[in-house]
Write a protein that binds this ligand. Structure first.
Ligand SMILES: [Zn+2]
Length: 183
């Protein structure tokens, strides 16, 4: 964890990254993804120059954390990129263990679903995952990811989910109860 102008951020080295990418999450995390061998001073400079923007965004996320704004086309377009960054980052994280072949990650504005998975390996998520507490968005992401290993809701499927989200039963219940608040 590094810090600049009161902004705490994590640096993630990536062999696939071609340039510096800074992602902000609703739970206050700031993650800078950089190509291997990247000059750390450039990250510091970027955070330094953009610190007002970063703090404003984090403040905004802090406000929406306990209840999503009214849904509209604009809300979707404004938050789509953040949702994609979250989904990509968490899939990268969990898939280090599973090693499934993910074809494409998409973000949608769906009225009743949190996520879906197609047999061809496409994972889709509702942009509203950014409003959820991290444990719940992680559960949704792991759930869809594990469908790449088991397409049904069999015992085998839940064993896969349980490898990274051992308390999935509890989270499933919480999502049913609380999730509706975010729609
Ligand atoms: Zn499912």
């Amino acid at each position: 964890m590094a810090e600049k102008n009161g902004i705490r951020y994590t640096i993630k080295w990536s062999r696939r990254a071609k340039r510096l990418k800074v992602a902000l999450y609703y739970d206050g995390r700031c993650v800078a993804t950089v190509p291997v061998g990247f000059d750390i001073r450039i990250v510091e400079n970027f955070i330094d120059k953009k610190s007002k923007w970063v703090l404003d965004r984090l403040d905004h996320f802090g406000k929406i954390r306990y209840g999503a704004p009214r849904s509209s086309r604009k809300t979707f377009l404004d938050n789509k990129d953040a949702a994609l960054a979250l989904a990509e980052e968490r899939i990268g994280h969990f898939n280090r263990l599973y090693g499934f072949k993910v074809a494409h990650i998409g973000i949608r504005d769906q009225k009743t679903r949190w996520g879906s998975c197609s047999r061809s390996g496409n994972l889709n998520f509702n942009y509203r995952i950014i409003y959820l507490p991290a444990e719940l968005s992680d559960y949704i992401i792991v759930h869809e990811l594990c469908h790449l290993g088991s397409f049904d809701h069999s015992k085998r499927f839940w064993v896969l989910v349980g490898r990274t989200v051992p308390n999935y039963l509890e989270l499933r219940k919480e999502l049913r109860k609380e999730g509706i608040r975010y729609f």
